[in-house]
Design a protein around this ligand. Structure first.
Ligand SMILES: [Zn+2]
Length: 329
C-alpha cells in the first residue's frame, strides 16, 4: 500500500469546487471525510480520481445525540453534568443509547455508500476532554448512574447527590488504578465491538482511529487516566492509529511531532498515521512552518501523513504549494 498523502475534509457546500480543485492540485491520494458529508456525487468524483476514501465516524461527542439522549451528559468529579464547550459537546462513552446509535450509523453508511469506501476512522473514541489547548483543564469523568452501576457491578439504580459524591470519592481515593484500567477497557471494548462488526460485514475495510497526541509523561498520564485511550489496547483492535499532532494548538514545536509518533509506535502494534495541523490556530501558521511540520512527520512515519484540514490549504496558495511539493516527492 502506497503512503497516505491525504486530508481531513469537512466539505463546505459553498466552497466545494474550490476545495475539490485544491485536493486535485495537491496530488493527495486519500481523504478522511465527515460522515454527514458523504454524497453519491462526491464519492463518484473521488472514485474517478482514484482516491482512497475513509469515513470519519464520531463516537462520544455530538450535540445532536445529547438532544436525542439527555441521559448521555457525562458527569464530572464534582457531580455536575458537563455542558458544551463551544463546539464540543461530550457524551458519556458508556451510554447504551449512544453506543447503539453509533453502530446503527455505521451500518447505514455501509449500506448506502459502502462500495465507495476503503475504511472507517473513529473519532472522539474517549472520555471527555477539550485537549486542543496548551494547558487542558482535565477532570475525571464519568460518574453518571450508568457508569457507576457498570463500575461497581450494581443493579440498575439512581444515585442521590450524596451517594454519587460518596462513590466518586471512593473511586478517586481508594480505587483509582482499577478505575483507570476499567475506563481504558471500556473504550477498547467498544472499539472491539466495531472491529467484530466490520469483520463480519466488511473485512476489507481498514479501521483506524484518531488519538490524542499525548505521551504517557504528558499531563500525568492523562491519555489513559483521563480520556481512557490506551494505545496498546487500541492498537490490537484497529489497523491504524492517527495521533492528532497539532503542534501549534498544543503550543509545541514541530519536533514534538516526532516524539509523539515514535512513542506511539513503541507502545502500539498498529500502523501510526499522524495528522499534522495546517489550520491557523492560534495565530497564523505559515507555509514555512507547515513545511517543517510535514517534513518531520514524513521522516518519522512509514505510513504517510494526513493534514488537518483541506480548507486551510484552500485559503492559502503558499500552503497548497508546500503540500503539493511534499506529496509529489
Ligand atoms: Zn457515564
Amino acid at each position: 500500500m502506497p503512503p497516505i498523502h491525504g486530508f481531513y475534509w469537512s466539505p463546505s457546500p459553498t466552497h466545494l469546487d474550490a476545495e475539490w480543485n485544491a485536493f486535485v492540485q495537491s496530488s493527495a491520494n486519500s481523504v478522511v471525510i465527515q460522515m454527514h458529508a458523504l454524497t453519491d456525487a462526491l464519492l463518484d468524483r473521488l472514485q474517478r480520481q482514484g482516491a482512497t476514501v475513509y469515513v470519519d465516524l464520531p463516537l462520544f461527542a455530538g450535540a445532536d445525540l445529547r438532544v436525542s439522549f439527555p441521559d448521555s451528559a457525562p458527569v464530572d468529579e464534582y457531580g455536575s453534568a458537563m455542558g458544551a464547550d463551544e463546539w464540543y459537546v461530550p457524551l458519556c462513552p458508556n451510554n447504551a443509547h449512544v453506543r447503539a446509535h453509533r453502530l446503527a450509523s455505521l451500518r447505514s453508511i455501509l449500506e448506502r455508500n459502502g462500495n465507495a469506501l476503503h475504511g472507517v476512522w473513529l473519532d472522539f473514541v474517549r472520555y471527555p476532554a477539550r485537549w486542543e489547548v496548551p494547558q487542558p483543564n482535565l477532570v475525571q469523568t464519568c460518574f453518571c448512574d450508568q457508569c457507576l452501576v457498570l463500575f461497581f457491578a450494581h443493579p440498575q439504580r439512581e444515585y442521590t447527590v450524596d451517594e454519587r459524591m460518596a462513590a466518586i470519592n471512593a473511586i478517586l481515593n481508594e480505587r483509582f488504578d482499577a478505575w483507570v484500567e476499567w475506563k481504558c477497557q471500556r473504550i477498547a471494548g467498544y472499539v472491539q465491538h466495531i472491529r467484530d462488526f466490520l469483520r463480519v460485514q466488511r473485512p476489507d475495510l481498514r479501521l483506524g482511529l484518531f488519538a490524542l497526541p499525548w505521551r504517557l509523561t504528558d499531563h500525568n498520564a492523562a491519555i489513559r487516566a483521563v480520556v481512557g485511550q490506551d494505545v496498546a489496547l487500541l492498537g490490537r483492535r484497529v489497523d491504524a492509529i492517527s495521533p492528532m499532532v497539532y503542534h501549534r494548538l498544543c503550543n509545541r514545536s514541530p519536533e514534538w511531532i516526532a516524539d509523539v509518533v515514535e512513542e506511539m509506535r513503541v507502545r502500539s502494534c498498529a500502523d501510526i498515521l499522524p495528522v499534522v495541523q495546517a489550520i491557523d490556530a492560534p495565530g497564523t501558521l505559515s507555509a514555512a512552518e507547515l513545511r517543517c511540520a510535514l517534513e518531520i512527520a514524513r521522516a518519522v512515519s512509514d505510513q504517510g501523513v494526513l493534514l488537518f484540514d483541506l480548507s486551510a490549504v484552500v485559503r492559502d496558495p503558499a500552503k497548497l504549494a508546500v503540500v503539493r511539493e511534499m506529496f509529489e516527492r
